[in-house]
Design a protein around this ligand. Structure first.
Ligand SMILES: O=c1ccn([C@@H]2O[C@H](COP(=O)(O)OP(=O)(O)O[C@H]3O[C@H](CS(=O)(=O)O)[C@@H](O)[C@H](O)[C@H]3O)[C@@H](O)[C@H]2O)c(=O)[nH]1
Length: 406
């Protein structure tokens, strides 16, 4: 297949591009390189030394003889350029990662909220709009998030996207109706993914676009089979307070002797998946497109659930790291349970990498190896969900006063 990977320079986009190229597909990356600009804005860098996209694709070609093509295109801002590229290349499938994906970054200030909404919603809509205009029947795979469901306390398992509800009819009977699971986002970023869901639903219904939406959990790990093939193919690894996700942050904190930054009581239960499984799921979704005219196909792309404090305690036991119980910069339920249905990928053959089996090698291979590149001052999460919460975040986990909080 000819596959366009929108956002193919990012944390999941890059290993996905390599995985698909390795599987024999003709891969084309479209990316505006915004993650690299945001690193510059925040004054941080990936834990792993990361080359330019052009250099990465050159090395991939040298190693494998396969080409990955790179196109500098901003999906949100360059609609005409995007349309022209799609018209000329007519891909069979499109994987859409081209969105601002960090919840703390999306909550930093009014400017960051605007940026995240404008970027994410426009990117998704521009893509859908162009597919219809060009009568392009490409299978669109969108990277969504488990966070669209929210963390309700009713204790029922979260289905894969849709919920069948009983509604009372005018004559007093009960009729069954299938609805998108009610959205309940916990950040501006997660809210944009809820808005995306509606865009996808409309275009599948109105224009019979073939769309798969992957509701992905928190990704951990960094290597995949292909990123290990050469030092310059290495994936990025974010540890900072905005882009670092919880488990990867704990791993690097343990490696540098920094207290593990648990927010609140650490009672938040979340869904997780290893990066290697994430790229495998994308390939499985590509092989199983929905039929034209059917509803958006939704998968829960996660393999295990864990409570944040359990993760911290496990890593503390393994590494001797201390745990810092911090005021939570986010507005979220302090404790929640989480049961998630994920049979669809399991039925398609996914055999997941478990935390228990994969964790130790991650600490040794990545966190310790590159610990010298960490700037400790970028570790604290200082982006607060409300102005009231911001006032409570005045010290870093080592007890030093923070300069400013926004
Ligand atoms: O140092 C930290 C960092 C986070 N947390 C807590 O860990 C949980 C998860 O935070 P996270 O930053 O790992 O994940 P999140 O903000 O939800 O976002 C990440 O995970 C999402 C999947 S999910 O969480 O919605 O399932 C993806 O969509 C996003 O792109 C990705 O950045 C939260 O309760 C947070 O308060 C800590 O206790 N300490």
């Amino acid at each position: 297949m000819k596959i366009a990977v929108m956002g193919g320079d990012g944390f999941i986009g890059w290993p996905t591009s390599l995985h698909l190229s390795d599987a024999g597909h003709d891969v084309h990356i479209l990316d505006n390189l915004s993650r690299r600009w945001i690193d510059t804005e925040l004054g941080v860098q990936s834990l792993t030394p990361m080359d330019s996209i052009q250099e990465r694709t050159r090395i991939w070609h040298a190693e494998t003889g396969r080409r990955i093509h790179f196109n500098l295109i901003d999906l949100a801002k360059d609609y005409e350029l995007l349309k022209k590229w799609l018209a000329e290349n007519r891909p069979d499938a499109i994987v859409h990662f081209a969105e601002q994906r960090a919840a703390p970054y999306s909550m930093k200030s009014d400017r960051h909220k605007n940026y995240t909404v404008n970027n994410n919603v426009s990117a998704t809509h521009n893509l859908l709009n162009a597919l219809v205009e060009l009568q392009l029947d490409a299978h669109l795979i969108h990277l969504g998030t488990m966070g669209v469901y929210g963390y309700s306390t009713v204790g029922a398992a979260i289905p894969e996207g849709y919920l069948t509800v009983g509604v009372e009819t005018a004559d007093g009977d009960t009729a069954q109706q299938e609805i998108l699971y009610p959205s309940n986002p916990g950040s501006i970023y997660h809210m944009t993914k809820c808005l995306d869901q509606l865009l996808l639903q409309f275009y599948a219904k109105n224009d019979a676009l073939r769309i798969t939406d992957l509701h992905q959990g928190i990704v951990w790990g960094t290597h995949t089979e292909q990123t290990c093939r050469h030092p310059q193919l290495i994936n990025r690894f974010d540890y900072d307070g905005d882009y670092g996700t919880v488990l990867n942050r704990f791993l690097i904190q343990a490696a540098i002797g920094y207290p593990l930054t648990v927010h609140g009581t650490g009672g938040q239960t979340r869904a997780f998946i290893h990066i290697q499984d994430s790229v495998r799921c994308i390939e499985l979704a590509l092989k199983n497109p929905p039929a034209r005219g059917s509803r958006v196909e939704i998968f829960n792309q996660m393999t295990e659930t864990h409570r944040v404090r359990d993760l911290a305690e496990m890593i503390s036991r393994m590494s001797g790291a201390k745990i810092a119980w911090l005021p939570n910069p986010r507005k979220e339920a302090p404790e929640n349970d989480l049961i998630v249905r994920n049979e669809k990928f399991r039925d398609l053959g996914l055999d997941p990498i478990t935390l228990e089996a994969g964790l130790l090698s991650e600490i040794v291979d990545v966190a310790r190896k590159f610990a010298y590149r960490v700037d400790r001052s970028r570790v604290p999460a200082v982006s607060a969900w409300t102005k009231d919460i911001a006032a409570t975040i005045d010290r870093d986990p080592e007890g030093k006063r923070l300069k400013s909080v926004s």
